[in-house]
Design a protein around this ligand. Sequence first.
Ligand code: LRH
Ligand code: MN
Length: 424
Amino acid sequence: MRIEKFKIEEHNHSLLAEHKRKFDFVAAGIDNIESFIQKLIDFNVAIPSWALGTGGTRFGRFSGAGEPGSIEEKMEDVGLLHSLNQSSGAISLHIPWDIPENYSAIKNIAAQLGLKFDAVNSNTFQDQKDQQLSYKFGSLQHVNKDVRKQAIEHNIEVIKHGIELGSKALTVWLSDGSCFPGQLNFRKAFQNTLESLQEIYAALPADWKVFIEYKAYEPNFYSMTVGDWGQSLLYANKLGPKAYTLVDLGHHLPNANIEQIVSLLLMEGKLAGFHFNDSKYGDDDLTVGSIKPYQLFLIFNELVEGMDARGMNHAADLGWMIDASHNVKDPLEDLMQSVEAIMISYAQALLIDRKKLNEAQQNNDVVAAQEILQNTFRTDVRAIVAEARLRTGGALSPLQVFRQMKIREQLIKERGSRTIATGL
Ligand code: LRH
Ligand code: MN
């Protein structure tokens, strides 16, 4: 299904007066409001193809209804999101969960929906039914050269799919590691993984990047072979200029200072981008900004400071992706909330008075520095984010339109209540 533009215009008209009042109030205090809004308009977050259905835990999954049962329906759902918030103009495919059979048909649908193909993701953390050799004891790290070869070939196949679709990056996340002390020779596992990644790296087109995604642990694991930002950066530095470190917010040990990690990866020119989500304990893949919104703001503070220090293009020079799963929320409502949280944190980071903050830091005026950050964090920028949507044909309140138009109910009518989306 598609949302007719007039429906969104009707909705915006009904909220316009209230919106203008709020916008004029917050905009009054901002000098460069127009360039500010343009940055928000240019900023898009890619939606994961594996997070458009209901997820679950290893103990249970409570399936939703009207879920997309094919890659075409998944693109339709991302198209719905994008028509409502004008900030979700890309989809990130996970292969083999979402193998594009007919490239030109898929590209036509993407063009009609205004979608691009972001990074493609390989999967050597599951055994596929027609697979020769198992990844039970890892993939790129495996002690058996044939298993490594099989995993390398899969990654090269994923690159080929991405090239056909116009993607420019491969994301590699490995569940490789060990469950018990003594099970693995860490050095050999690292070297096997590096040699395997070098073969994958050699298959990258000149204008492509490879994103090495690290993760501290999975339940039941004693070690991960790409366990933290240091290990990922070691691989990325040894691989070469097309290799970068991808930061999934949920992949850290408790209380890790992620904003400091981001600052240093940016300084090194080795930050790939993000898998945005939020977590209370482990890799909970919860709605962005739902648990630690201040941390998200601090991360965007480092991003804006670090990107401007390197003269980077905010929208284009890093990979902006969501990686979440939905156990109790409607997947599309959850994703709308996540995109909104990202846009709010980015807008607040743009609002920080960098000159004043730098002065406070240079004068070791700790109180003033905190006041600058927290006053900005307590500034309600939602009307500015909404104004960016309004100017690009989006809805002032995407969630309100989604509910008022009973879009999930319409999708259930179209798809039935038993469709299951591949993915998490
Ligand atoms: C691993 C991960 C990775 C994806 C998977 C779906 O936890 O974050 O990015 O491959 O989720
Ligand atoms: Mn991830």
